[in-house]
Design a protein around this ligand. Structure first.
Ligand SMILES: [Zn+2]
Length: 530
């Protein structure tokens, strides 16, 4: 018995030696040898000095290499080497279909090599057509898709504030099925927004069940993050119920405790998620590391019930009846309070009122000699207005970030350099986590922060070949200078690319080499791998 086991062990040792030897004397040279870097492999284990060998689009070996033949040797001494980052809540779909933005430099400069698009229940319903649009001019990063509930509900039943008929529900089910067949990772909802807000939980369970059949996830901007209606705790309960009844992982996206009514709820919310997890449910969250959220007058300030039927119906009501107008203005006034006040709301670029760009709602109202709620309504009726709101507390952000089940995501999109005042998360969400939360404040260890940007995505989503530096995984790799990682962007001057990424590889091709963009568009559209 003992002898048999021993000889088995010798045999095993022999295989390992032979396998290791093979790695270094293989006849075909490797494409890239990343040599002597400090490897943070994405799993959370301590960083170690190691080499990475890449052949084609895959990682072939990670470990110590004394000798190898490679077409290109990258000296990574003193640099960190990690899997390319995944961005699980990305509004980059539009930019990725635009030849001027689809090289995705703002993402690559942060180390992001894959994004998950169509969050918040929004975006294109026809995912195959969306993939074609991405590939028309090539893309700088890989793209996974979600099936957007709000968009497909609008296609089937418009912006109607009611439950679907049996036929309508069946049509929505079919649309989810089609999206999952096209390779989506799951179903996304935006239950705060119109029309997602008009859906009741049962409808969502029915649709999530279809995603579940394919091994997909439920990904949600929950019903209320800011005390507008049921509050964030009940909204999270709804998410957990959907995960339980539809039997699939659920992601509470851009988790936050927003506005004065919810401030401080991070502990309670986390405790509830942990209770669900210990019950065996796969509940996760993602977050972006900023105190300000993005929004718009229609998206945030106008009460949901006033939006049924769209902007024209709103205009009719406001013009037709002074009492209705007063009620809507009061509703907006209440929303402004929930956001923390008009001085916490800062306008982005407004096409029909460019002079307000960068001003707070309080400043703009004072300048125009009017009330903030009235100004907000006027701006909406004139064509809408986008803003950011400083509605989150650092304590809550750090409390969520400290939880091992939160992924880092940007909630950002790709914007044209120099145009408007977009949220800085478009340029710096990932580098900010490393620079501010790892290096400056020590909220996370580097290895753990990288895990939240990489392999944790493989636990939460049906993604199997990204997010770990290991043999057989796709060669999405970032090589960065930890001391130089810098977010560079800011709220008032956002248009600056992040710094510190020395090399970024997407599917084995250099997108950034020696700190310079190569112009390579090696991104692919990717399917779920259940
Ligand atoms: Zn959202």
């Amino acid at each position: 018995m003992m002898t048999a086991r021993l000889s088995f062990l010798f045999l095993l040792a022999g295989w390992i030696l032979a396998a290791a030897a093979c790695e270094v004397v293989e006849e075909e040279p490797y494409d890239i040898w990343i040599r002597g870097g400090t490897v943070v492999d994405g799993t959370g284990v301590p960083a170690r000095v190691a080499d990475v060998l890449i052949r084609g689009t895959e990682i072939d070996f990670v470990g110590e290499v004394e000798e190898a033949e490679a077409l290109e040797v990258v000296d990574a001494t003193g640099l960190h080497v990690a899997p390319g980052f995944l961005d699980g809540h990305s509004h980059a779909a539009q930019g990725l279909s635009d030849p001027e933005l689809s090289d995705a430099r703002a993402l690559l400069a942060q180390g992001v090599t894959s994004v998950i698009v169509n969050p918040d229940g929004g975006g294109q319903v026809d995912l195959a057509a969306q993939q074609e649009a991405f590939l028309a001019d090539g893309i700088g990063v890989n793209v996974f898709q979600l099936v957007p509930h709000g968009s497909l509900r609008r296609e089937v039943m418009g912006d109607e504030d009611r439950a679907p008929t049996a036929e309508e529900l069946e049509a929505m089910r079919a649309a989810v099925r089609e999206g999952m067949e096209a390779g989506a990772l799951g179903l996304s909802t935006g239950l705060f927004y119109v029309p997602g807000n008009y859906a009741e939980t049962d409808e969502l369970i029915e649709l999530a069940r279809v995603a579940s059949e394919y091994g997909g996830v439920y990904h949600s901007h929950v019903r209320d993050e800011g005390g507008y209606s049921v509050g964030v705790l009940a909204s999270n309960e709804e998410l957990i119920r959907i995960a339980r009844e539809a039997d699939l992982p659920a992601i509470h996206s851009h988790i936050k405790a927003f506005g004065p009514r919810e401030w401080g709820l991070s502990e309670e919310l986390s405790t509830r998620i942990e209770a669900a997890r210990s019950e065996g449910l796969e509940i996760f969250a993602d977050l972006y590391p900023y105190e300000a959220a993005g929004g718009s007058v229609a998206g945030i300030l106008i009460p949901r019930e006033e939006l049924a039927g769209g902007r024209e119906a709103l205009l009719d009501r406001v013009e037709g009846d002074p009492e209705e107008r007063e009620r809507i203005i009061n509703g907006i006034r209440h929303s402004i309070e929930l956001e923390g006040g008009a001085d916490r709301i800062q306008f982005r670029r407004i096409a029909h009122a460019p002079e307000l760009e960068g001003m707070t709602l309080a400043e703009a109202a004072e300048e125009r000699g009017t009330d903030p709620a009235i100004l907000a309504l006027d701006l909406e009726l004139a064509g809408g207005a986008g803003f950011i709101t400083f509605g989150m507390l650092e304590d809550d952000i750090e409390a969520f970030m400290a939880r091992p089940w939160t992924m880092i995501a940007s909630d950002g999109g790709l914007s044209r350099m120099g145009e408007g005042v977009p949220h800085p998360r478009n340029y710096g969400a990932f580098t900010r986590v490393i620079e501010t939360y790892v290096m400056e404040r020590g909220v996370l260890e580097l290895e753990e922060a990288i895990r939240r940007m990489t392999s944790l995505y493989g636990e939460a989503f049906p993604i199997r070949d990204r997010g770990v530096l290991e043999e057989g995984y796709a060669a999405d790799v970032v090589v960065f200078d930890l001391d130089r990682v810098h977010e560079a962007t800011s709220y008032l001057d956002p248009h600056h690319l992040s710094e510190g990424m020395t090399h970024v590889l997407v599917n084995g091709s250099f997108a950034i080499r020696d700190g310079e963009f190569t112009g390579e568009r090696a991104g692919r559209t990717l399917r779920l791998q259940p």
